[in-house]
Design a protein around this ligand. Sequence first.
Ligand code: SF4
Ligand code: SF4
Ligand code: SF4
Length: 166
Amino acid sequence: MTSEPDLSRRRWLKGGLAPTRPENTLPWAKDWPSFTDGCTRCGDCQRACPERIIIAGDGGFPVLDFGRGECTFCGRCADACPEPLFAPRQEAPWHQLAEFGPACLAIGGVHCRSCEDSCEPQAIRFRPQLGAVARPELDAERCTGCGACVAGCPAGAIKILSQEQA
Ligand code: SF4
Ligand code: SF4
Ligand code: SF4
């Protein structure tokens, strides 16, 4: 177990306190304070991701950018990490869901169903509405939080939000 002075020292060596939690952390990653305490910012996870969705975020810590693509849950980022920063693969990779914001074209009355096509688990449905454009609705049971719908949205209206923070 790591003692408090050790943690303080590592934070000091990293040049101050860890940045605030980003919107999208890596799958199976431990909670953000533990992750930033142990992450050396070596970039191994970033190089291992075949989808190229891991980028260096605030402070150089790895974060996900779903604007570049989706997570396929291949686990290569966790496998490549030399530090004990990831939960076992048999656990859920995360608890996060897609959310449609006010920029959504369909919510604004313009016909669009792009996100429905990008969602493989078929978690996005469009219920017909009398006299109005059908709006996207999320089936939370099906959504894996993979982020595939983010890049597929022409309006940039979708965020993948952690349910732990909500
Ligand atoms: S699980 Fe695979 S696709 Fe997802 S972030 Fe890690 S390496 Fe990339
Ligand atoms: S792709 Fe984007 S703009 Fe189109 S319906 Fe889905 S959330 Fe709305
Ligand atoms: S995050 Fe993935 S599973 Fe969830 S709605 Fe978007 S594409 Fe579908």
